[in-house]
Design a protein around this ligand. Structure first.
Ligand SMILES: Cc1cc2nc3c(=O)[nH]c(=O)nc-3n(C[C@H](O)[C@H](O)[C@H](O)COP(=O)(O)OP(=O)(O)OC[C@H]3O[C@@H](n4cnc5c(N)ncnc54)[C@H](O)[C@@H]3O)c2cc1C
Length: 301
């Protein structure tokens, strides 16, 4: 939805979806519902990473002759985008957080030095391939009527890493996914222990929010690494980001400062998190958070 929304903000979005044959109709329908004017499908099955998707992207790029190819900056997306750029001899812009158009063509935006600077880049010849940081683009397109066209893909046979075995991790959480959550409650080192981090989980559950954390909280073992928000964690752009006992280091802010409303609770009035907070509460979190949770529960009741 994000890639299609970003593409629609500067042109006509054409989606390429890859996956097992039985999943493609559903994926194609979803892409149209996200606003893709046309959807090209390609069957990608098996355990090879990157190369089969790059084969499909290459076939689509040669057919469509796009100005810009947007690929989500996931592990596999980055691999496929790099391969595609090499094969098309096209430039690549890594980890973009925005797209625009000026009089000369497509411009992409990057957030660098832990979010301290925004820089723009453009390609002098195209197509520009860009990997897109997930959770960084708000644009969404209107749903389109499905126009699904299978791609003819010639397998390149290029070498690729393969998955030989894997162990599924049972997802036990009923909370929203961190990356796409509308509300996030994040806890930092100020929580002091894994047991006390439960305060964050209770508040999150009261708000129907996802649980996030600073790296200090993750490193201290209060919460699992998948909860980390920031430069080396997940980038998020929720409607509400509630930071509790998080000082607001630049590396944390890099992953959350695009949240629409930021609320911070910290006992240190000079903590940098207050520089970007829309609402700040200076005080002891162990007093404030239980009261806040109780007040929200009472309001729900
Ligand atoms: C290369 C690199 C990458 C990094 N990537 C990330 C990243 O992705 N994400 C990330 O978060 N960090 C990242 N960091 C770490 C970052 O620099 C900070 O160290 C980290 O964000 C600090 O976490 P914190 O705010 O929880 O801890 P602290 O900075 O220690 O802040 C704790 C806060 O809790 C407050 N507090 C304490 N007790 C209470 C209380 N009882 N009530 C209210 N407030 C209280 C304190 O006043 C303080 O402001 C990275 C660092 C490096 C070098």
């Amino acid at each position: 939805a994000e890639a299609i929304g970003a593409a629609a903000s500067i042109g006509t979005p054409i989606a390429v979806v890859t996956g097992p044959a039985d999943a493609l109709p559903g994926l194609a329908e979803q892409a149209a519902s996200f606003g893709a004017a046309r959807v090209h499908t390609a069957v990608v099955e098996g355990a090879e990473l990157g190369a089969p998707a790059a084969d499909a992207f290459e076939a689509a790029a040669r057919l469509v002759q796009p100005e810009l190819v947007l690929v989500p900056a996931t592990v596999e997306g980055r691999e496929a985008a790099g391969r595609l750029a090499a094969r098309l001899r096209a430039p690549i812009a890594a980890d973009i957080v925005g797209v625009a158009r000026d009089e000369q063509g497509v411009v992409v935006r990057h957030s660098v030095y832990g979010g301290a600077y925004d820089v723009e880049s453009a390609a002098t010849y195209g197509p520009l391939i860009a990997t897109m940081r997930l959770g960084s683009i708000d644009d969404r397109a209107e749903a389109a009527a499905p126009d699904v066209q299978p791609l003819e893909v010639t397998a390149s046979g290029w070498r690729a890493a393969t998955i030989e075995s894997f162990e599924p991790i049972a997802q036990v959480s009923t909370r929203p996914d961190l990356r796409t959550a509308k509300r996030i409650v994040s806890g930092g080192r100020g929580l002091g222990s894994k047991e006390q981090f439960a305060l964050i989980e209770q508040l999150a559950d009261t708000l129907g929010a996802a649980v996030g954390a600073s790296r200090a909280a993750v490193d201290a073992g209060y919460v699992e690494p998948s909860a980390q928000v920031g430069q080396t964690g997940t980038s998020v752009s929720p409607d509400l980001y509630l930071a509790v006992g998080i000082s607001g280091a630049i590396q944390h802010r890099a992953g959350m400062q695009t949240a629409k409303t930021i609320v911070a609770i910290d006992r240190d009035a000079s903590a940098p998190i207050f520089e970007i907070a829309d609402l700040g509460v200076v005080g002891d979190l162990f007093t404030i958070v239980p009261q806040l949770t109780a007040a929200l529960e009472a309001r729900k009741g």
